[in-house]
Write a protein that binds this ligand. Structure first.
Ligand code: HEC
Ligand code: HEC
Ligand code: HEC
Ligand code: HEC
Ligand code: HEC
Ligand code: HEC
Length: 181
């Protein structure tokens, strides 16, 4: 009888001491989503947290072949799928909070030689808005964004979607609120 390759691997994991496996598996696996960019999952941290036990995740929660894992939304996770199987506030911190533990964000600098560089602070904005207010419709959470002119912003693109003098200070004034002059 010929066993599927993935089953052979799992049987192998079960038979070998997991610490042996841990030395050759990739520590960081990257899962990316359109709405929130890349999430780095650490095997080593988790092997410590769940007691060197591969079958606690494979293949019940995650298949070891990434293409076999359906993309999960945060809603799926809140219902116990994917990371949410453990990150439910009981086995581990909940997916409903601590967003930045899994989705670290940083300050973004837009270089501008003429008008001065602009620093966008995630920290200042994520206190007021969820990721989906901006991603992926206004800005892709990663490379590939089209550069915008101030004129386009005045018409409601990019920062101008909120910085219209109504929801937030306007792109038509207070240039130095954004540009380091
Ligand atoms: C706490 C959960 C968890 C545990 C425990 C775990 N893994 Fe994973 N593993 C994952 C996740 C999440 C992925 C990424 C899945 C994806 O990309 O869809 C992954 C991916 C993999 C991959 C594919 C990596 C790649 O680069 O494509 C292999 C191989 C793997 N794990 C082996 C192991 C082995 C061997 C063990 C035990 C020593 C183990 N895993 C323990 C969660 C876990
Ligand atoms: C335990 C880790 C973890 C926590 C905590 C977490 N996320 Fe996620 N999130 C992920 C992973 C992993 C993905 C990608 C899943 C995939 O590709 O299958 C994701 C995907 C997303 C997405 C894109 C999919 C969707 O639901 O639209 C958004 C937006 C998002 N997260 C926002 C958040 C916010 C906001 C919080 C806090 C309330 C949060 N996440 C907390 C791990 C986490
Ligand atoms: C089998 C259970 C299990 C699954 C599935 C799981 N985790 Fe965890 N995770 C834990 C435990 C246990 C801890 C440690 C306790 C805590 O921090 O609450 C932890 C801790 C973490 C931490 C904090 C540790 C650190 O080094 O920063 C992050 C980040 C994290 N998990 C991300 C994820 C992501 C992303 C996924 C899904 C791709 C995931 N986890 C799936 C059990 C799990
Ligand atoms: C008020 C709008 C706004 C909100 C809310 C927001 N972001 Fe962003 N994000 C941006 C902008 C602007 C960029 C930079 C786009 C560019 O490079 O052109 C960015 C870039 C990113 C990037 C790519 C960073 C890099 O290193 O290149 C990631 C990942 C990201 N955001 C994740 C998140 C997550 C996760 C949340 C929610 C916790 C979030 N963002 C909330 C506006 C926002
Ligand atoms: C809400 C923040 C914000 C305010 C306020 C703002 N800008 Fe900008 N500006 C930006 C960002 C971000 C970019 C870069 C956009 C990109 O690369 O996609 C930019 C780009 C520019 C550019 C280069 C693109 C172009 O339109 O030629 C000039 C010049 C400029 N700003 C001048 C100004 C002046 C003058 C003011 C005041 C009347 C101003 N900006 C107010 C955020 C702002
Ligand atoms: C989803 C709406 C939204 C978007 C998109 C947005 N902002 Fe804001 N921003 C706000 C609000 C609301 C405030 C706080 C109210 C105010 O200061 O008028 C704020 C405050 C700020 C501040 C002052 C707080 C701080 O960081 O010190 C700066 C600077 C800023 N935004 C820059 C930007 C830039 C640059 C962009 C585009 C890359 C941008 N914002 C996109 C809503 C937004």
């Amino acid at each position: 009888m010929k066993l599927p390759r993935s089953l052979v691997l799992i049987l192998l994991f079960a038979a070998l001491p997991a610490t042996l496996c841990a030395a050759w598996i990739t520590d960081i696996v990257v899962m990316s989503s359109k709405g929130a960019g890349a999430v780095n999952f650490s095997h080593y941290t988790h092997l410590e947290a769940v007691g060197n036990n591969c079958p606690s995740c494979h293949n019940g929660i995650f298949h070891i072949r990434p293409e076999k894992n359906p993309v999960a939304t945060m809603k799926d996770m809140a219902e116990g799928k994917s990371c949410g199987a453990c990150h439910n506030g009981q086995k581990a911190f909940s997916v409903k909070e601590g967003c930045s533990s899994c989705h670290p964000t940083r300050d973004i600098v837009f270089k501008n030689a003429d008008a001065g560089d602009i620093t966008f602070s995630h920290e200042a904005h994520t206190g007021m808005f969820g990721c989906s207010e901006c991603h992926p419709d206004l800005f892709l959470p990663g490379p590939g964004n089209q550069r915008r002119t101030m004129q386009e912003m005045e018409q409601g693109d990019s920062c101008g979607a909120c910085h219209d003098g109504n929801a937030a200070f306007s792109v038509k004034e207070d240039c130095e609120n954004c540009h380091q002059m």
